[in-house]
Design a protein around this ligand. Sequence first.
Ligand code: APR
Length: 261
Amino acid sequence: MELELIKMCARDLLNANYAIAFTGAGVSTESGIPDFRGPSGIWTRDPEAERRSYEIFGKFLRNPKEYWEEVLKSPFYEILEKAKPNPAHYALAELEEMGIIKAVITQNIDGLHSKAGSKKVLEFHGGIDKLRCIYCGCRFPRQEFAKEIEERKVPICKNCRSPLKMDVVYFTEQIPTDVYDLSLAEAMKCDLMLVCGTSAVVYPAAELPRVAKRRGAKVVEINFEETPLTLEGVSDYIIKGKVGEILPKIVEEVKELRKKQ
Ligand code: APR
């Protein structure tokens, strides 16, 4: 059954004019980064951690210094920094190289798609390698502020002199308009969306596959488990299993089909 679906997905990708990928934490679990809501996800194991995550943006607004102290205490960023791309990331980079996938919209902040070689990556929830000014919208490489961060000083925007935060988008924080508009445009333009490793329950990100579907695109899920996209018939089909195993098989199948063309 899985092999048939893998062959079908390879055919769908080859027949598409503008295929894109939309990814979630499930594409990074095989790099050692826990997801949030899967069987051993961060929120699954510690619902209190999820509740706390709703408070961090307010903390930044009220007291940037306290916010930075909390950020620097968190082991999460170190885990992300050390992680390496896995076969799922490399497979999507290879599909882009082959001209099959035109963009990756990711909810992940780990930067692993870019590290694997994907060129057009839209980080819908930002990334840990940058700082962002919520007042003027400027972003800066985090490394540029290594000294301030090291000295426990709040990094200050070089453009408008406001306090900077990590580029990551927290609950209750608005998605930055630039990446929001670019991602929406991709979802509206695609005729196939490969939805990999997301529970599709966090908005507005989870609206993107629905936008694609409403515009007539084919939506294909790769996930261990069914999601609301499956249950609501947004996805045309779901390939169940490990995305780090399925995506490389899809790449191999695409290559086989291309040889026969
Ligand atoms: N292969 C296939 N599917 C996987 C794998 C894997 N190796 N590992 C996990 N999954 C699936 C899980 O079954 C789950 O459905 O990936 C999905 C991950 O869902 P979440 O943990 O909810 O992650 P995500 O959908 O990216 O969360 C969206 O929520 O917490 C916020 O901002 C955070 O960007 C995140 C957003």
